[in-house]
Ligand binder design. Structure first.
Ligand code: KIV
Ligand code: NA
Length: 273
């Protein structure tokens, strides 16, 4: 029951997207009923431990996307093109996107921004049959230039740039646009103006769909909750407590028990003594 691009573009129900980065994540996202899975370059932050997405390479993305696909064969899979892979011309961008599609089995690629250069890339990829998801608002790959990881679209200039960027991405052929960290009413205006679906993160309830980062949704990191995310579980706490319980049992000689141990016949054993 994998969704197609036209089906996603005309869906009546809200679209549900979640990120995943490996085989179990793919399994959980698919069985949890996500409409789309995104292998985000947030990989850099939540899985690889970098403090930005900039160091993530195309090979990193492909390696992880292949694992996700093995766990989620029947879900529409989007893979982020990482920083630097679509900034050196349309030929390089096309080559990167083709590698992603061929080597991972992804259904679409996503890229950030709506500069004239990115719009050229979107046009060439979509014309050649590679579905592209756009991404405006807060754009982590270039957050330094945006003044840090801050909400976008609050003043008129930034709001106008965001609306026009989303519109231009649609015109260039994007089948959907992610809106990250913009005011809810701005996201509503964009959603009303576009014919393609908007997918929000920190962009309010009026978007056509929502996306959350796997680790945020599941609470895989303890500590303060991000403003734009909601924790539906506390798996980080659960993991820490489970490992602490295991450690205590090993140290007390309580694990393993007979239950986890294998037996052999006495006469065989006797020959060894
Ligand atoms: O990399 C990512 O996880 C993303 C989503 C937050 C949209 O781009
Ligand atoms: Na991303």
């Amino acid at each position: 029951m994998k969704r197609s691009v036209p089906d996603l573009m005309t869906a009546a129900e809200p679209l549900v997207m979640v990120t995943a980065y490996d085989y179990p994540g793919g399994i959980h996202a698919e069985r949890g009923g996500a409409d789309l899975i995104l292998v985000g370059d947030s990989l850099g932050n939540v899985v690889l431990g970098y403090d930005s997405t900039a160091p993530v390479t195309l090979n990193d993305m492909i390696h992880h996307a292949r694992a996700v696909r093995r766990g989620a064969r029947d879900t529409f899979l989007v893979v982020d093109l990482p920083f630097g892979t679509y900034h050196t011309g349309v030929t390089d961008a096309m080559r990167a996107a083709v590698r992603v599609i061929q080597e991972t089995g992804a259904d679409a690629v996503k890229m950030e921004g709506a500069t004239p250069e990115v719009l050229d890339v979107v046009r060439v990829l979509t014309r050649n049959g590679i579905p592209v998801m756009g991404h405006v608002g807060l754009m982590p790959q270039t957050a330094t230039a945006q003044g840090g990881l801050k909400v976008q679209g609050k003043d008129e200039e930034s709001a106008r740039r965001t609306v026009e960027g989303a519109q231009a991405l649609q015109d260039a052929g994007a089948f959907a646009v992610v809106l990250e960290a913009i005011p809810a009413r701005l996201a509503r205006l964009i959603t009303e103006r576009l014919t393609v679906p908007t997918i929000g993160i920190g962009a309010g309830v009026y978007c056509k769909g929502q996306v959350l980062v796997y680790h945020d949704l599941l609470g895989l990191y303890e500590g303060e909750e991000k403003k734009l995310a909601k924790r539906y579980a506390e798996l980080g706490r659960d993991a820490r407590e489970a490992i602490a319980a295991y450690a205590a049992e090993v140290r007390a000689g309580q694990f393993p028990t007979k239950e986890q141990s294998f037996v052999m016949k006495d006469d065989v054993l006797g020959k060894l003594y």
